[in-house]
Write a protein that binds this ligand. Structure first.
Ligand SMILES: Cc1ncc(C[n+]2csc(CCOP(=O)(O)OP(=O)(O)O)c2C)c(N)n1
Ligand SMILES: [Mg+2]
Length: 350
């Protein structure tokens, strides 16, 4: 009898298996957080929250041009995932991307200036809220088209794999994006080629004004990943340490050649979809229940209880971040408008 043919190994673009040491590393647990790390996570979430609050105030002052999609309530996802990354990793995100940019260390004055359309903005004032980018921080793209960031993240992962740079490509997107064709193509290709991509789905239960139950046949979106035989994990997206731990494991797996992971972060946006949405379609009880789970006061209470920070120190962190946002917005508002007649091709990447 003829020997049955061996099952084909999953192809990789490099055609090489990951080095042994790298393979071993991929199963490591997340590196433990120190108390300083914990305070840092709290600070990051506060910086994002205060930035978003100032964006809203600046909008009311007529300074913000174009719409905004704030991420209040979802700060733990950006802070927890970005804590697990290396400086040279790639990140793609969406129109709801201020938090991801700040968690990667984007300068807040340059971010405000971008929202205000000033020449000191991260994109010279030509991008606005939905297109904050910063190549030096691996912030390679904010996408207004739902799901459009996923194939780009896969491409970035492929480039890292081909060049054997051990970089990881992280892609943030919403629950609604999992119903887009590009999501499925990206997931499939990343898994087949074992690309170093971490798919982070921020399941905030809504796509614009529609509850997920009206658009999606599952409550748990990890089901989507299982369809592609992809490693996946569901976490409380309002628990910054749980998010960090899941991300650290996924990032180590990706960096070590173990392929992609899908992380579903269950979370909730406090405000409407964009600035024109009063979010009347949500039941007040639903909102109240999620406000009780606001990631910031929950984490603050935990840190105080554990003796990591005092209430006084936490108040000081909030006050400092609020002042920093206010001052940065004021400086940004005083900056010049972009010069006319600039070469737009030089500002266009695709
Ligand atoms: C391809 C495409 N279809 C529709 C839209 C309009 N749109 C903008 S945001 C959005 C909701 C997306 O929801 P989700 O992916 O859950 O992200 P969230 O806004 O909740 O962060 C829709 C339908 C779009 N921008 N792109
Ligand atoms: Mg959503």
């Amino acid at each position: 009898m003829k020997k049955p043919a061996k099952a084909a190994k999953p192809a990789t673009a490099r055609g090489k298996a990951a080095p042994k040491a790298a393979r071993a590393r991929r199963n490591d647990a997340a590196p433990a957080l120190t108390d300083a790390d914990r305070v840092g996570l709290f600070q990051t979430m506060i910086a994002i929250r205060e930035f978003e609050e100032q964006v809203q105030l600046s909008y009311l002052e007529g300074l913000v041009h174009g719409t905004t999609h704030l991420c209040n309530g979802q700060e733990a996802v950006a802070a927890g995932v970005c804590k697990a990354l290396r400086d040279d990793d790639y990140v793609t995100y969406t129109y709801r991307g201020h938090g991801h940019c700040l968690a990667r260390g984007m300068d807040i004055e340059a971010a405000f200036a971008e929202l205000f359309g000033r020449e000191t903005g991260v994109c010279g004032g030509f991008g606005g809220s939905m297109h904050l980018t910063d190549m030096e921080r691996g912030l390679i793209g904010a996408f207004g088209i739902v799901g459009a960031g996923l194939p780009v993240a896969v491409g970035a992962g492929l480039s890292a794999q081909l060049a054997a740079r051990e970089q990881v490509s992280v892609c943030f997107f919403g629950d609604g994006a999992t119903n887009i064709g590009a999501f499925h193509e990206a997931m499939n290709m990343a898994q087949v080629w074992k690309l170093p991509v971490v798919f982070v789905c921020e399941n905030n239960l809504y796509g614009e004004f529609s509850h997920i139950s009206h658009t999606t046949p599952y409550e748990d979106l990890v089901t989507r990943a299982a369809g592609y035989a992809m490693e996946n994990v569901k976490v409380d997206g309002n628990d910054v340490e749980a998010v960090y731990e899941a991300a650290a494991v996924a990032v180590a797996r990706a960096r070590g050649g173990g392929g992609p992971t899908f992380i579903e972060c269950k979370t909730y946006r406090h405000r409407g979809h964009s600035r024109t949405d009063p979010a009347k379609y949500r039941h007040p009880d639903e909102l109240a229940a999620w406000m009780k789970r606001d990631p910031i006061p929950v984490y603050r209470a935990r840190l105080v209880k554990r003796g990591v920070i005092t209430d006084r120190k936490a108040d000081a962190i909030v006050a400092k971040a609020r002042e920093a946002s206010k001052a940065a917005a004021a400086r940004a508002a005083a900056a010049a408008w972009p010069a006319t007649g600039r070469d737009m091709a030089a500002l266009t990447f695709a």
